[in-house]
Each structure stands twice: as C-alpha cells, then as structure tokens.
Ligand binder design. Structure first.
Ligand code: CMC
Length: 387
C-alpha cells in the first residue's frame, strides 16, 4: 500500500519511546539513565549499573545489598538442565547452547512468565540475573568436559563468574582484583545500547507476552551473529590470522575495501556512531592497562593498533565514518584474562543481560502493542491456479 514507509534495517525508524539509554552517534555520547558511560565505567560496578538500568535509579547501599542477595537466591539451576547440557556435542558453539538453555529455563520456571505486579517482575529479574550467569559458564565447562560448578554465596557476582568458569576440582580459583575490575568494566560497557538488534529482538518477542527467559533466549541468538556481538570473536580470529600470516595489516585493509570481497574489517563501523564509539575509547585504554598490570605481552594488541592507525588514515574508512567499535579491543582483554575465543560473545551476553531485562520490563510496563511491522509486497499479482 502507498501508505507504508519502507525502512529496511530500521535505519531511520524509532520502534519505541525509552528512558533507559541515551546515545548521540554524532557526538559519541552514551549514557545510562542520564549517567555518562565514562563515569559509570570508572566509578561503579556491574551490579550497581544493572540495578540502575533495570530500575531507573542508582541503588542505596541497602538496596544494592538486597539485590545481590535476591539474585543469589536464584543461582541454583534445576538439576535436569544438566541432562539437556549433556545432550550437546562438546564442539557445540557456546552461544547456541546458551540460547537453548535460556529457553529451557522457562520449562523449569513456568511461573516466571507472570509479571502482573512489581513483586513478580522483581522475581523474574533476579531469577534471570542469577540463572543466566551460571548457565553461561556451564556452556564453557561442557565444552571442556569439566564438572559443572555452583555459585559461591560468599563471593560477588563478577568474581563468581570467574570461579564458575575456572575453578577446577583440583583446586580453588584465586581471584585477581585486576581481572575482576577489568571484567566489571567490560560488563558495564556492554550493559545496554538502546534498540540494537538483540535488544529489539528481546522487545519484539516479549511484545507477544512471551516470558522473559524466552525473550532473552531470542536476544542471545540475535547477538550471536558476526555483524552484532559475534564480531568480538571474529575480530580476534581476524587479528590472529593477520599475525600468523606475517602481520600485513594493509593487505586486510585492501580486502575490506574491495567491493568484490565479502570481507569486512571486523570491529569497525557502527550503525549509529559516526565519529567514534565512546566504549571503544575506554576499552582501548583498559586493554593497555590490563595487559600492562598482568604483565601480558600480546603481539595481537600491536597488530590491532597498527590496523586501527592504518584504517583511520585511509580514505575509504574516513569517508564512510568507520571507526573501531566496542568489539575491536574487548577480545584482547578477554584473551589476557584467559577467556577462550568462542566464549567472547557469551561475555557480551552476560554484560548485555541487564539491558535486555530493562528494555523488556519497560516494554511490558509501558503496555506496548505487539510488534508487527508491515511490508511492501513485491511478489506476483494474482495468478490462476492450474496444473
Ligand atoms: N569494513 C569494510 N567496510 C565497511 C565496514 C567494515 N567493517 N562497515 C561498513 N562498511 C562500509 C559498507 O560496505 C558500506 O560501504 P558502501 O557505502 O560503499 O556500500 C558503508 O561502509 C556503510 O555500511 P553499512 O553496512 O551500510 O552500515 P550499517 O550501519 O548497515 O552496518 C555494521 C553497521 C556494524 C553492521 C557494519 O559497520 C559492519 O558490518 N561492521 C563489522 C562488524 C562489526 O564490527 N560489528 C559490531 C558492531 S558494534 C557492537 C555490536 O553491535 O555488537
């Protein structure tokens, strides 16, 4: 119909009103609930930022303590979930396993679909924060053939992530504050990013009143793709390949510019940021600090810097406003922390979880209508049916 506006990729269409994240792509500004990302990354911690994003205000000390307690209450995952994990081959990609397990949580927590009042909503939020972290780490344990670990109630959320991942039956995981702080910062930087592909997916699925776990599971699938969260794994694989083939950054720039070559410079470009990605700036600095403090010398970091410098000088990238995005340097830090490459996008998912939850909650509380875009039909006109 002539009344329908066509906007593939929603480049210029707003899908909702939102009070969560403010983003100015021209000026490179990112704020959660009015607070600058630079301040939050420097001064806050992941659970505090999660509370802020989900509930709208920074928590008092007592509220934050309660939130942490309430999340802890839900970190036990139904034992039968282990049978599901056992059914996957060890080679399964952790994002596929994570999406399936998140969806399966609905079967074991059917009541979490009811969010008719604020108490039920709060319970669904805490359950998701608790269980998702644990199953995310289980995807890694499964791929390694290690026994599954349980949440330690005496430790913080981010430290628990490292423990759940790396504590072996042979000995406890010794937390390194540099590592925990770096992770806290990375999770904060990923915590929300307004109506990106996975978040829009979560809102869209939730708009049919599907439950929170089912909606988040869809978000995980959307995030997995290499144009979205999957870029962090793709960046590292690309940097490794450049390194292994002699470090020729220019060759890869030429490939990225060649319109007959599908290759894109992974970790470059953004739908909204057209000057710089403020998260990339913070992450680049953090990568230097973390690797320096941990005494890690990674030639991949040098390759990344060389590639970035060359791209920033290049007319192709300059004229299209292509700058490093959040995914360009994050993998280098994850690698220094001992996180395997195929878990990078899972790291993104853990960081993005509060954003998905907050956006889903906002969508439900605003009583948004079911998401149902229209189309412009370009198929056959009526045809007579005959054999
Ligand atoms: N390498 C080479 N050329 C590129 C790149 C790139 N990474 N990104 C965009 N371009 C070119 C593209 O070919 C097009 O050129 P032309 O005008 O000659 O046809 C122009 O720049 C505009 O690109 P687009 O595809 O229309 O832009 P978009 O807004 O649809 O895509 C993007 C944004 C992030 C998907 C894209 O820049 C990309 O594929 N980047 C690489 C993947 C990546 O790093 N993704 C992570 C994004 S940030 C975190 C997240 O969302 O998870």
């Amino acid at each position: 119909s002539g009344l329908i506006t066509l906007d593939p990729g929603y480049k210029n269409s707003g899908s909702c009103k939102s009070g969560i994240t403010f983003l100015d792509g021209e000026l490179g500004i990112l704020r959660y609930r009015g607070y600058a990302i630079e301040d939050l990354a420097e001064k806050s911690n992941f659970l505090e930022v999660s509370y802020l994003i989900i509930f709208g205000e920074l928590p008092t000390a007592a509220q934050l303590h309660q939130f942490e307690e309430d999340i802890r209450k839900y970190t036990l995952v139904n034992e039968e979930m282990k049978n599901i994990i056992d059914g996957f081959p060890k080679t399964a990609h952790p994002m596929g396993v994570l999406s399936a397990l998140t969806s399966a949580l609905t079967a074991f927590n059917p009541k979490s679909v009811n969010v008719d009042n604020s108490a039920e909503m709060y319970e669904a939020v805490c359950k998701t924060m608790g269980k998702f972290l644990v199953i995310a780490t289980w995807t890694y344990r499964k791929s390694m053939g290690f026994p599954l670990n349980y949440y330690d109630n005496t430790k913080g959320y981010v430290e628990n992530f490292m423990r759940l991942m790396f504590e072996l039956p042979t000995g406890p995981y010794a937390a390194n504050p540099v590592v925990i702080n770096a992770l806290d910062k990375l999770f904060i930087l990923h915590a929300d990013h307004e109506q990106n592909c996975s978040t829009s997916t979560v809102r869209m699925v939730g708009s049919s009143h599907a439950g929170l776990f089912a909606s988040i599971s869809a978000g995980v699938s959307a995030l997995w793709g290499p144009l979205h969260g999957g870029a962090n794994q793709a960046v590292l694989e690309m940097l490794e390949e450049i390194y292994k083939t002699g470090g020729d950054a220019e060759k890869y720039l030429a490939k990225a510019k060649d319109k007959n070559d599908p290759f894109r410079l992974m970790g470059f470009g953004h739908r909204v940021y057209k000057n710089f990605d403020p998260r990339a700036k913070i992450i680049k600095k953090a990568a230097d600090e973390v690797l320096g403090t941990l005494g890690v010398q990674d030639p991949i970091l040098d390759i990344a810097k060389k590639l970035e410098a060359a791209a920033l000088e290049d007319d192709y990238f300059k004229s299209r406003n292509l700058y490093p995005n959040v995914d360009f340097y994050s993998g280098i830090i994850y690698r220094a922390l001992g996180i395997p490459t195929d878990m990078f996008t899972v790291m993104f998912a853990i960081g993005r979880l509060p954003g998905w939850i907050a956006q889903w909650k906002e969508m439900r509380e605003n009583k948004e209508p079911i998401g149902r875009p229209r189309q412009v039909y370009v198929g056959h006109p009526l045809r007579e049916f005959k054999r």
